[in-house]
Design a protein around this ligand. Structure first.
Ligand SMILES: [Zn+2]
Length: 65
């Protein structure tokens, strides 16, 4: 289960997204328009990475705000 989910967030405005780490089940909130990688605070796994107008989510997306 290592497939990535790319979510198009272009034009939807700034949102907070709650992500769940697949490695340690840590839940973390990140900003949809972040320009840096989102790293799990607990185990250091990459939860999401920015790719232009998209954010590529490696973890599990729980909720958008
Ligand atoms: Zn983790």
């Amino acid at each position: 289960m290592s497939e990535k989910t790319s979510v198009k967030l272009k034009g939807v405005g700034n949102k907070f997204i709650r992500l769940k780490c697949k490695e340690c089940n840590n839940e973390q909130v990140t900003y949809s328009k972040g320009s840096s990688k989102v790293i799990c605070n607990i185990c250091g796994s990459e939860l999401a990475s920015p790719t232009g107008g998209l954010i590529s989510i490696s973890g599990e997306k729980i909720k958008e705000y």
